[in-house]
Design a binder for this molecule. Structure first.
Ligand code: ADP
Ligand code: ADP
Length: 237
């Protein structure tokens, strides 16, 4: 569960990112955050995994009080909340399989990263995730040799290999062409339905949000202006 209670976020330069957000998302929901550029969508997503710290209020993620975490605890917490970025954030010259396995390496274990000493379990988990997003056949190809859609599937697989109930995604399909964008959204939908993962993503493409998410949260100037089922969304928001 994700629970925002009167959360506000003010950036150090005084810019208001979020103002008085109240939002509860239950396990297994598929929620899209919509709003124009600068509305606060990324800020909201980034608060959930502690990439942004909140200025006021309470934020609980699976009973963890995110604002209280720091250092090692915060890094550990983040490992259990999958995050997908618009720009994929892959290691370009590493294979797809390695990119996915990196997500399972405890961050102190640089040795493992540098020498690539992954366990059999790491490898099997990574292959299983690649299979779930339909790119198992790309496991031994370098990440930078894949198309945008395939790279985004690798980052989905990477998030899936983390032991996580929650997948966050910051504009995951905005760099993709419309057909590929739908294919990636289909993957999110399947992961949501088959694996009961909570999906919280922001997307400026309203039609896609309405088609795939069951719940829409619209934000404007850092405040929630709509929160409800996608079928009740009217043109005005
Ligand atoms: P988008 O509208 O596509 O979400 P933004 O232009 O709002 O992107 O932000 C792009 C990046 O720049 C983000 O990482 C954001 O944190 C940062 N950023 C946005 N506005 C400011 C600002 N006023 N000062 C510093 N960094 C900013
Ligand atoms: P969106 O994702 O909806 O485009 P953001 O969450 O990126 O919006 O930005 C919300 C507001 O916060 C904007 O006014 C943006 O300029 C500002 N902002 C974002 N990141 C930063 C930052 N690092 N420093 C200062 N202001 C920021």
């Amino acid at each position: 569960m994700i629970k925002f209670e009167n959360v506000s976020k003010v950036y150090p330069n005084g810019t208001k990112g979020l103002t008085n957000i109240n939002l509860t998302i239950e396990q297994g929901e598929f929620v899209a955050i919509i709003g124009t550029s600068g509305a606060g969508k990324s800020t909201l997503i980034r608060c959930v995994n502690g990439l942004n710290n909140i200025t006021q209020g309470n934020l609980l993620v699976n009973d963890t009080d995110v604002a209280k975490l720091k250092g090692k605890e915060l890094r550990q917490f983040r490992r259990h909340v999958g995050m997908i970025f618009q720009s994929y954030n892959l290691v370009p010259r590493a294979t797809v399989l390695k990119n996915v396995m990196f997500a399972r390496v405890p961050d102190m274990n640089l040795f493992k990263v540098i020498f690539g000493l992954f366990s059999k379990e790491d490898k099997l988990a990574a292959l299983d995730s690649l299979n779930k997003v339909g790119i198992l056949d790309k496991a031994f190809i370098r990440a930078d040799q894949l198309s945008g859609g395939q790279q985004q599937r690798v980052s989905l697989a990477r998030a899936l290999t983390q032991d996580t109930d929650i997948l966050l995604a910051d504009e995951p399909v905005s760099a993709l062409d419309p057909v590929t964008a739908k294919e990636v959204m289909d993957d999110f939908k399947r992961i949501n339905e088959d694996l009961n993962k909570t999906i919280l993503l922001n997307i400026h493409h309203v039609e896609l949000a309405l088609e795939y998410a069951s719940r829409i949260v619209a934000i404007k100037k850092g405040e929630i202006v709509y929160d409800g089922p996608s079928q009740n969304v009217t043109k005005e928001i």
